[in-house]
Design a protein. Structure first.
Lengths: 235, 179
């Protein structure tokens, strides 16, 4: 397969860079077929270190920005960098790019006016996201999600958040962790799994633990989570 | 309100994250503060002096929400109380923790007041009588941990407020107040 692809590629390259026209119809046909095949997988012609020379990373960067549009949309606006790496290389078929090339190409996006960006979460996970999929936007959607009556009471899992935000669970988890580190959420780890709740500690006065400020987050949580305020449970 | 024994529990006792040690520093500090207060409060009303980390201390779990503190969390919260001087580890491996919901010097003051209020100046009483006698009923002294009581009495002895004398058995150990 690789040899075949290499042969095809050589033919294509020699066809495009030389001034001599295709020698016969058959060769023309196969070249067109090849281009059709490449088009169908989304690559017009692979940018290679050979064809682009010193501008390699810049051209790769633009090609990458174009390429990620569709998969990113399908993934809800945010994708793990590793997934992009696999998708992109699979589409290229040959002349695979290295992780370093990918990283450099993404880092160059800052310089161009492209609608996508590279982002690194505190956990170290790197993602590509639509500029419109801003942190503030996600944050405010998480805010409303965790303050619904049922989520006040039972919290949200990464899967729950993924469903609401329309993104992959792994990406949702990163956003939840980010909200947690901002002091907005608290985690609940149990045999039931890993869930996040709105942080009520910030609303509790340590010097008066029995005081409930009216209309505060603690108050909302109590209303949702504690059906009756006069339960008696003896030890 | 929800109670444990006859201790009124705050509403956040039903908040599942209360039972998971929080990783974010500021959140954890808040959580530690709330646990410190709750533990001291509970021990005071229920007259608990010793908490065994591996035992079923009722405050460390809430069966209603199916959550309980893991070992690490228990140690972190109790260590915070130790750091405040309101508790002491009884062993190196941190399996038992002595809770001083009154500090030793505060116990000493309480005992001194007790002696004054009951006209015990210049009189003699056994340690057991102080701890379990009629006079101490209704006060924090009644039923208190004997070890803690002895430490408070020794403190008072050093201040010249009383003299401790050993009896033929520990039941006969007594004090003579000279308040």
């Amino acid at each position: 397969m690789v040899m075949l692809a290499e042969k095809m590629r050589q033919k294509l390259l020699s066809g495009s860079s030389s001034q001599v026209a295709a020698t016969n119809d058959e060769e023309m046909g196969s070249k067109e077929e090849m281009q059709d095949w490449l088009l169908s997988v989304g690559i017009v012609s692979p940018v290679t270190k050979e064809s682009a020379g010193a501008l390699y990373h810049q051209q790769l960067s633009r090609q990458l920005a174009d390429f990620v549009k569709v998969p990113l949309e399908r993934a809800g606006g945010i994708m793990n960098l590793i997934d992009i790496y696999c998708l992109f290389n699979r589409a290229r078929g040959t002349e695979l790019i290295s992780p370093d090339d990918l990283l450099r190409a993404c880092s160059l996006w800052e310089k161009f006016n492209v609608p996508v960006m590279l982002k690194k979460f505190e956990s170290g996970v790197m993602v590509i996201q639509n500029k419109s999929h801003s942190d503030e936007e996600v944050f405010s959607r998480i805010r409303s999600l965790v303050q619904k009556p049922d989520t006040l009471k039972s919290g949200v899992s990464a899967t729950d958040a993924a469903r609401t935000l329309g993104i992959a669970p792994a990406m949702a988890k990163e956003h939840l962790l980010a909200a947690e580190s901002k002091g907005f959420l608290c985690r609940d780890v149990s045999p039931d799994g890993f869930r996040f709740f709105i942080n009520i500690f910030q609303d509790i006065d340590p010097n008066d633990a029995y005081l409930v400020k009216e209309y505060g987050v603690y108050d909302s949580w109590i209303r949702a989570a504690i059906p009756s305020r006069s339960q008696f449970v003896s030890a | 309100m929800q109670t444990l024994g006859d201790h009124k529990l705050p509403h956040f006792f039903n908040y599942p994250p209360y039972f998971t040690l929080q990783p974010v520093r500021e959140t954890r500090e808040k959580q530690i503060q709330l646990w410190k207060e709750l533990i001291l409060d509970y021990c005071r009303t229920q007259k608990v002096f010793i908490i065994g980390l591996e035992e079923d201390f009722p405050l460390f779990s809430n069966p209603g929400i199916e959550r309980s503190l893991n070992h690490e969390a228990r140690e972190v919260f109790l260590s915070a109380i130790v750091l405040d001087g309101r508790a002491e580890w009884m062993d190196k491996s941190h399996r038992q923790c002595l809770i001083l919901w009154h500090r030793i010097k505060d116990w000493a003051d309480i005992i001194l007041n007790f002696a004054k209020e009951n006209g015990l100046e210049d009189s003699v009483m056994t340690v057991e009588e102080i701890r379990t006698g009629i006079e101490s009923r209704g006060t924090d002294i009644h039923g208190m941990d004997r070890g803690v009581l002895m430490r408070a009495l020794k403190l008072l002895e050093n201040k010249g407020k009383l003299a401790i004398f050993k009896g033929s058995s520990t039941d006969d150990d007594g004090v003579k107040f000279s308040v």
